[in-house]
Design a protein around this ligand. Structure first.
Ligand code: ASN
Ligand code: ZN
Length: 354
């Protein structure tokens, strides 16, 4: 029997009241979106309640249900323990909103369906572990888990969900090994996906291009201090990530070795010139021409996505990525195109290639 998709109201934590797709069976609503994706464990895109099962051996639990089609209370849960535990449906709303927008950005802009490109449904399990300050993609279930946070607020901002879903795309395609330089590129691809989903959703979530409007920071919404998890435009603001490639960055944690590629993507999209603040300028561009012009989010993301999903291998490093991103730009926009030149300049700005 086909699931009937109905539009409910979700009171989210970070995006106000949002329309979310649910299904109606008898008089019970379920947080399943049968209009996006097919098959999978729950037969539709779904949000489940992990009910604090441990992140070391998580159980997704069952799909959220409700007697009405209004979900969550939209409160700003900011502390751990019982306060967060009360945040039952709101975390699920956050997850569904992120899932719907990520799915739509990939499909409507790139023609890519779900995580695997074959439109297989996935799911996000909310409330994993206790006061858990993380979210993750699990390659076993090809699903995601999000924690309630303790130092952070509930881990359900658009960029965080987009980040985790982007791990699913990488897992299904290049499968970049999660250590060394390839691990940094894997992480960067998720930060790029997360911020592009943020831009897409902020512009209404229905377009066929990726607009501007993202903040170039990961997770500022879930922060209690105003400090994001990562600064894409200038990674070193975290005190740990390098701004440029060097031969030792493969020794770093993958969430730091991602930094240079994040900065490359910022430059590719937004450009850089010496008259801008040093936050937005690379000293590696201190040759002639000491500037580069950005090509905007839409083209930058199309180029990056093509390279990651069709050209990278598990062991692609920064040098290989530069060559393959350049190839992708040449195939999409032409050899010698301004887009291809921008790729060369953006990688040169992080000390990769000339
Ligand atoms: N949230 C983290 C990430 O997706 C979890 C991890 O360290 N793998 O990168
Ligand atoms: Zn990640």
């Amino acid at each position: 029997e086909a699931l009937q998709t109905v539009v409910g109201t979700g009171n989210s934590q970070y995006n106000g009241a949002v329309p979310i797709n649910t299904t109606l069976s008898g008089s019970t609503y379920s947080m399943k979106d049968a209009s996006r994706g097919v098959g999978g464990k729950f037969g539709a895109m779904a949000i489940t309640n992990a009910n604090h099962s441990p992140e070391s051996n998580p159980n997704p639990g069952s799909v959220y249900t409700n007697s009405s089609n209004v979900w969550g209370d939209g409160q700003q849960y900011i502390s751990g323990g019982s306060t967060t535990n009360a945040n039952g449906q709101t975390a699920a709303v956050n997850a569904m909103w992120g899932l719907m927008n990520t799915y739509d950005a990939l499909k409507n802009v790139l023609g890519w369906q779900s995580l695997d490109g074959a439109n297989t449904s996935t799911y996000i399990a909310a409330h994993v572990d206790n006061d858990y300050d993380n979210a993750f993609f699990d390659p076993g279930c090809k699903c995601m888990y999000i924690g309630d946070g303790s130092s952070f607020k509930s881990l359900g901002s658009l960029d965080v969900i987009g980040h985790e879903m982007s791990h699913g795309v990488t897992d299904a395609t290049s499968n970049l090994e999660y250590s060394g330089e390839s691990g940094g590129l894997n992480e960067s691809s998720s930060d790029i996906g997360g911020d592009m989903v943020e831009a897409y959703a902020r512009a209404g979530g229905t377009g066929t291009t990726i607009p501007g409007g993202n903040d170039w920071m990961m997770g500022v919404e879930i922060s209690k201090t105003g400090q994001p998890l990562r600064w894409m435009y200038k990674p070193s603001k975290d005190g740990k990530s390098p701004n440029a490639w060097s031969s030792s960055i493969g020794n770093l944690n993958v969430h730091y070795s991602s930094g240079p590629n994040n900065r490359m993507f910022y430059f590719l999209s937004q450009g850089s010139n010496a008259s801008s603040s040093s936050d937005y300028y690379s000293s590696y561009l201190n040759k002639s021409p000491a500037a580069m012009t950005g090509i905007g989010n839409d083209k930058a993301f199309r180029i990056w996505f093509k390279a990651n999903t069709t050209k990278f291998t598990q062991l692609t490093n920064y040098a290989d990525a530069r060559n393959k991103v350049l190839q992708a730009a040449e195939e999409l926009y032409g050899v010698g195109s301004k887009e291809a030149t921008a790729v060369k300049r953006a990688y040169a700005a992080i000390n990769v290639g000339a």
